[in-house]
Design a protein around this ligand. Structure first.
Ligand code: NAP
Length: 353
């Protein structure tokens, strides 16, 4: 591959509103070689010139031609500069790409050039025509899934698995409420919960979203914008409550979640965008627990276990990522705006190259 090859990539040169996501047309394609990568120097603008790939000087890395990249809410928090972990500026966002392996670096054995793959992390950023990823973050993409579906697997499905299995220790026969089931994590959680033999309840904010939730494994769907929907959920469990709640908007729902739990119930805090007041006594009434979930803390062993189960789901056919909206790479700023500001999720938002 020629070292002078250029690609289009989104670069963030300062934290702020979605408009800081700039399409840079001439970023050199990173070069994984014998354990090292040539530092890209952009023909235009400092933000591209400063692209940091020092971390690429490692074994077991590869270059991937990206066809699609998932957009996750966390990428908007990081871009705005309000998130706890901040990348060094400038940077290219994006962890969940799907594409084709272009070149492999030294030590890579699990995949080869030409293989269709998806990733759970990248080293150089996924909002780009090419990205570099480490072997332990790259998985083969089955032929039955297209690239946009492949880009919808990473954070959503691995988070759903972490919450349901590693944190909530959910068991077949238990009842789970996926509170916010129409988005990326929610759809993944519906499919996974149903495959694992749980009784699945999901919420969405629109009739279309509720329909999607039922199509993807929920036994029943409820509208979280409707007055009295929590009563309907309680009625659906004959007043017993649910064993597990996967909560996507804890700052709105945590207090009422505690009322909807069965004895020994567990609320998994997956998403939260602010504070909320709760009555701790509500946890005593049912000896219930509230637990935070952060995918970032998953160990390599946990990720391996999760990948194995998800792969089995792809082979068996129950794991079918649902892509809601697709945006071209140059519309990344619009995608960031919409994922936070436009209600009525209908699956995953992805960028296409
Ligand atoms: P998404 O695709 O944007 O979906 C957001 C979901 O929240 C939609 O189903 C939406 O439903 C729902 N929602 C909106 N208002 C709600 C309400 N009042 N009550 C319950 N649900 C409501 O986002 P995502 O990728 O699924 O992520 C969901 C949350 O989890 C985000 O906050 C994200 O940052 C977080 N997350 C955390 C981790 C972690 O490691 N902890 C990992 C991934 C994601 P409607 O649009 O139909 O109203």
């Amino acid at each position: 591959m020629s070292g002078s090859r250029l690609m289009r990539a989104i670069r963030v040169g300062e934290f702020g509103a979605p408009s800081v996501l700039r399409l840079c047309p001439e970023v050199p394609v990173p070069q994984p070689g014998r354990g090292q990568v040539r530092r890209p120097v952009c023909g235009r603008g400092q933000s591209c010139r400063q692209m940091s790939v020092a971390v690429l000087k490692r074994l077991h890395i590869m270059l991937i031609r990206v066809y699609a990249c998932g957009v996750n809410p966390v990428e908007t928090y990081i871009r705005s500069g309000t998130y706890a972990r901040k990348p060094t500026l400038p940077y290219t966002p994006g962890t969940d790409v799907a594409g084709v392996v272009e070149t492999v670096g030294e030590g890579v054995v699990a995949v080869k050039a030409g293989d269709r793959v998806f990733t759970t992390a990248t080293e150089s950023g996924g909002y780009a025509e090419f990205t570099v990823a480490a072997e332990d973050s790259v998985h083969k993409l089955p032929d039955a899934l297209d690239f946009t579906q492949g880009a919808a697997i990473g954070i959503p499905y691995f988070t759903a698995y972490r919450a349901l299995i590693h944190k909530a220790h959910s068991k077949a026969g238990e009842a789970v409420l996926i509170h916010g089931a129409s988005g990326g994590v929610g759809v993944a959680a519906c499919q996974l919960s149903r495959a694992l033999g749980l009784r699945v309840f999901g919420t969405a904010g629109t009739p279309e979203g509720m329909n999607l939730v039922v199509k993807n494994g929920a036994h029943m769907a409820f509208n979280h914008r409707e007055e009295g929907y929590t009563d309907k959920i309680m009625k659906a469990t004959d007043g017993r409550g649910v064993d597990v709640i996967l909560e996507m908007l804890s700052n709105v729902n945590l207090s009422k979640d505690l009322q909807m739990l069965a004895y020994g119930g567990r609320v998994m805090v997956i998403g939260s965008r602010g504070p909320i007041e709760i009555n701790p006594r509500d946890t005593m009434a049912k000896e219930s627990s509230i637990m935070g979930v952060v995918l970032f803390f998953a160990t390599p062993e946990e990720k391996k276990e999760c990948a194995a189960l998800l792969y089995a789901g792809m082979e068996a056919g129950w794991l079918r990522p649902v892509v809601g909206s697709k945006y071209q790479l140059d519309k990344a700023a619009q995608a960031h705006h919409d994922i936070i500001e436009s209600p009525g999720a209908a699956g995953k938002i992805v960028l296409t190259m």
